[in-house]
Design a protein. Structure first.
Length: 277
């Protein structure tokens, strides 16, 4: 007698339910204990040679991808900010975040290296999530805009991080070159991305260390497929904030533990959402 086989949709549904239950239990357990996520992150201590490569094997591990772009300007040279602004917080930010992902989730996270890919690298399509720093200074060619458009339309999820105030003008102009009809919609803690692993009630975590962000209130925006707020989230925008500083400087006593934990929790939620939607 052959064993009974479940329909494929039943198997998929069962796995999804078990995953959701296990991640929810873990997240609640950590919240109750007040676990210091940064205490896990500080053990990463990355070697620069292992991080930011372009030739890591495509072996099923979830790999952090940082986008490389040509530094530009929104009207004046980026004096004092450096011309490789896409490289800010490297490699500590991704190393510490992936260490936390590997420790607290069931994701097969690559914790010993990462990728840096240009906007038109065909390998980008192998990875469902990519992150861009300092998009307030981001510029690109028409060919790169076309590749990024294809990536997002085919299911890619992009995290835009670390820009503020008048830098919005350039960011929005470049985004419109990728998705001319895109509407940037305000997100609050009720959006599912902020409860995809850790259930967050507070997401406005001002960064007290960064003088560029002093006094600014973090804002979050989403880019949705077909501009449907109930549809697939193609990109999330961290404006007037820099979550990566919490990741890079974890465990050094520079931030309140609650704020540092929230920074990591948002980052983990972003990755979990991008992997499951």
């Amino acid at each position: 007698m052959s064993p009974r086989q479940l329909p494929t949709e039943t198997i998929t549904g069962t796995i999804d339910e078990l995953f959701a239950m296990s991640t929810a239990v873990i997240a609640r357990f950590l919240a109750l204990l007040g676990v210091c996520l940064s205490c896990v992150a500080v053990h990463a201590q990355p070697s620069v040679r292992a991080w930011g490569r372009s030739d890591l094997p495509y072996d099923g591990q979830v790999t952090f991808v940082r986008l490389r772009w040509t530094s530009g300007t929104y009207g004046s040279p980026p004096v004092g900010r450096g011309f490789n602004m896409w490289l800010h917080e490297f490699p500590g930010a991704e190393a510490n975040l992936m260490s936390v992902v590997g420790e607290f989730t069931a994701v097969n996270a690559r914790t010993n290296g990462s990728l840096i890919l240009s906007l038109d690298d065909p390998d980008l399509f192998k990875h469902p999530i990519a992150m861009m720093w300092e998009p307030g200074f981001w510029v690109m060619t028409d060919a790169q805009a076309a590749v990024l458009r294809s990536y997002m339309q085919k299911g890619g999820f992009i995290i835009f991080n670390d820009f503020e105030t008048r830098q919005w003008v350039n960011f929005e102009a470049q985004l419109k070159r990728v998705l001319p009809d895109a509407q940037l919609m305000t997100l609050d803690h009720s959006h599912p991305i902020f409860s995809s692993f850790f259930r967050l009630e507070k997401i406005d975590t001002p960064n007290p260390m960064n003088h560029h962000l002093g006094g600014l209130t973090p804002e979050y925006f989403g880019v949705f497929e077909n501009n449907d707020p109930n549809g697939r989230l193609m990109a999330i925008v961290n404006y007037n904030t820099n979550l990566a500083e919490y990741w890079q400087l974890a465990g050094r006593g520079l931030f309140p533990i609650d704020a540092e934990n929230t920074g990591f929790q948002i980052g983990v939620n972003y990755l979990m959402y991008g992997l499951t939607h």
